[in-house]
Design a protein around this ligand. Structure first.
Ligand code: ATP
Length: 233
């Protein structure tokens, strides 16, 4: 199977400190992969490097083309959607406008996409005319996810989407992620909560202090490896 995303020998850092050290991984079209690691392991940095939001060295290919040197906007246009950590919505804009401004230029397609997202998140449909700041934290996270979907991504990068959500809302969000993955969108899901991530991802990549220390089907990852990743023992 040809890969949708290929990362080879990726290195990134902040000032003198290395955050990613020789990271390699690949994702097939439509595949869902959990990116697991403790706080500070480099998950966010990896997602940002894929988008060109932090400088990185190494090979990055998406859909057969080299991403190196491309502007973030170009990467997004090519089909990489991103939901950053924390909810990024325009608080003063209505729910519908938050989606619209993230949509495709063609009005008809954009309108279809808004309806598709309202079908995925019925709570958002009910509040379509309300200002985004009036939404609950979970609804804002769904809106943030909806905004990323408006670009019709083939790869969706999710940075700790359940952070700060109640268990019930986190479950709801993960149901949505499963449905998105079910439509054929590849998902790279950065999570500190392995248990939750593994409910949607059959495969996991484990990061520890900037290095990949495991990659494979969830069943093949030993408990020792997982423990080492999260607790360093
Ligand atoms: P978290 O769950 O906290 O987001 P993470 O696995 O996503 O953790 P990163 O945020 O990618 O980890 O951080 C990797 C390393 O880079 C850490 O040592 C962190 O302190 C450092 N780092 C991250 N962002 C910056 C920054 N803007 N400036 C300096 N160092 C940073």
């Amino acid at each position: 199977m040809s890969a949708l995303l290929t990362v080879r020998g990726l290195t990134a850092g902040y000032g003198g400190a290395t955050a990613l050290d020789d990271v390699s991984l690949s994702l097939a079209a439509g595949e869902t992969v959990a990116l697991l690691g403790a706080n500070g392991a480099g998950k966010s940095t990896l997602l940002k490097a894929l988008l060109g939001l932090v400088p990185a060295w190494g090979e990055l290919r998406f859909d057969g083309a080299d991403l190196g040197g491309l502007a973030t906007e170009t990467r997004v246009r090519r089909g990489i959607g991103y939901v950053p950590e924390g909810r990024r919505v325009f608080p003063g804009m209505s729910v519908r406008d938050n989606l619209e401004v993230a949509g495709l230029p063609a009005a008809r397609e954009r309108a279809q996409d808004v309806e598709r997202i309202f079908a995925l998140f019925p709570d958002l449909a009910l509040k379509s005319g309300e200002s985004a700041w009036r939404l609950s934290g979970g609804q804002q996270q769904m809106l943030s996810l909806g905004r990323a979907l408006m670009g019709r991504p083939r790869l969706l990068l999710l940075d700790e989407p359940s952070l700060g959500l109640s268990p019930r809302l986190a479950d709801e969000l993960f149901v949505a992620v499963r449905r998105i993955a079910g439509t054929g969108t590849a998902v790279l899901l950065a999570e500190q909560s392995a248990a939750r991530a593994l409910t949607v991802a059959p495969r996991a990549v484990l990061l520890r202090v900037g290095r990949v220390v495991g990659d494979g089907p969830v069943a093949s990852l030993s408990e020792e490896t997982l423990r080492e990743v999260f607790f360093g023992v």
